[in-house]
Design a protein around this ligand. Structure first.
Ligand SMILES: Cc1ncc(COP(=O)(O)O)c(C=O)c1O
Length: 381
């Protein structure tokens, strides 16, 4: 019998809830994927490149024109320069970028600060590299960062901090103060940052996404991980990128080279053409804000308490004033009895801390959201 390297990891809640949603014929607001397709023009581009024979391995770090376009987009949107050849790497999804970046930095015994609740791939990536996750909980109710707690979690062994803005599952968007404080805390230490920014184009109410590399000191220490899956409604293509200074990119690519070597060639050419038009990603804030507003408007007619999400395509709701049932049990029961699937937020905590919160994904067609809201408005508790 193999001795598991990840003994605590079982079937993920996303798989469990999606299967339950299908079995119960429930509306699936659990797993975080868009319920609509990408622009048909993007299909045409992929088909074109496949039929023109762009079907062999891409260069290890990505197709040059694609890396160039990613660098140009970064300059256009954030005013920050990255060298397309030496500081941009194309990867098979942000999950790969996160794993490669953690692997590039973390050695056995190193401590890695994880802000909880946190996305489920972070801790396994740390543990598989012999690192020790050090968990720091975000502030309730807004899930902002408790900088005093972060400060006291830093030791001589701290090698990395993992950041996620806009945040899944809670939607918190980092402020300039957050960036400045992190920079102050790490400036005199050899601490790196892996910044998961897959929802970079989904922020609301005029908030701007501040990439960590927009701070000069953080830029020198950060691996910024992005995903085209979230930006162009193509989560099934598993394609993303990592932006990092050349010294970090050299180490990052050593890992990427042996994880996947390279990423699907026709997708890279197609996306390089597609992304030349900035409105194709800049419209996302408005597109998703309409959905968030529709969802939150409907939630007002339910007994849940909530603060509208600042970013990402998730909305969390609180039910502790209605029931003391565990969030896990409630999510299962709501799927079975009410017909709406959600994710219990406790799964994003290593010790399954239960704050009586559920996460809904509102990246769905409006009529699906309306149907789900009708169901959520029925007497249930
Ligand atoms: C915070 C966060 N990071 C990373 C990912 C994974 O991105 P990708 O599908 O590009 O691997 C997700 C997907 O849900 C996510 O929510």
């Amino acid at each position: 019998m193999i001795s598991s390297k990840l003994p605590d990891v079982g079937t993920t809640i996303f798989t469990v809830m999606s299967k339950l949603a299908t079995d119960c014929n429930a509306i699936n607001l659990a797993q975080g994927f868009p319920g609509f397709d990408c622009f048909p023009f993007l299909h045409d581009l992929v088909t074109k490149y496949i039929s023109e024979g762009y079907n062999q391995y891409a260069p290890m770090s990505g197709v040059p024109i694609f890396k160039q376009r990613i660098a140009e987009k970064t300059k256009l949107v954030y005013g920050v320069d990255f060298n397309g050849e030496s500081e941009v790497t194309v990867v098979s999804g942000a999950t790969e970028a996160l794993f490669a970046a953690v692997t590039a930095v973390v050695r056995p015994g190193d401590e890695v600060i994880l802000l909880e609740p946190s996305y489920d791939s972070y801790a396994p990536a740390v543990v598989l590299n012999g690192g020790l996750p050090v968990y720091v909980s975000l502030n309730l109710p807004d899930f902002s960062v408790d900088w005093d707690k972060v400060k006291s979690a830093i030791t001589d062994k701290t090698r990395l901090i993992m950041v996620n803005t806009p945040h899944n599952p809670c939607g918190y968007v980092w402020t300039q103060d957050d960036l400045n404080t992190l920079a102050e805390l790490i400036q005199d230490r050899e601490i790196y940052v892996v910044s998961d920014e897959v929802y970079e184009h989904i922020t609301f109410d005029g908030r701007k996404h501040l990439p960590l590399f927009s701070h000069p000191l953080l830029k020198e220490r950060t691996f910024a991980c992005g995903s085209f899956g979230k930006t162009f409604h193509i989560t099934g293509w598993k394609i993303g990128y990592c932006l990092a200074p050349e010294k970090l990119t050299i180490e990052f690519r050593k890992i990427h080279q042996f994880l996947t070597f390279s990423t699907a060639t026709p997708l890279q050419y197609a996306l390089a053409d597609f992304m030349v038009e900035p409105s194709r990603y800049l419209h996302l804030n408005d597109f998703y804000q309409n959905k968030r507003d529709l969802f939150c408007q409907g939630l007002k007619n339910t007994p849940f308490e909530f603060t509208p999400s600042q970013g990402s395509f998730f909305q969390t709701v609180y039910y502790g004033h209605l029931s003391q049932e565990s969030d896990y049990d409630l999510a299962i029961r709501m799927t079975k009895e009410l017909g709406v699937a959600s994710i219990p937020v406790s799964v994003f905590y290593h010790d399954k801390t239960d704050h009586k919160l559920l996460r809904f994904c509102f990246a769905k067609e409006d009529d699906v959201l309306e149907k789900a809201l009708d169901l959520l408005q029925k007497p249930f508790f």
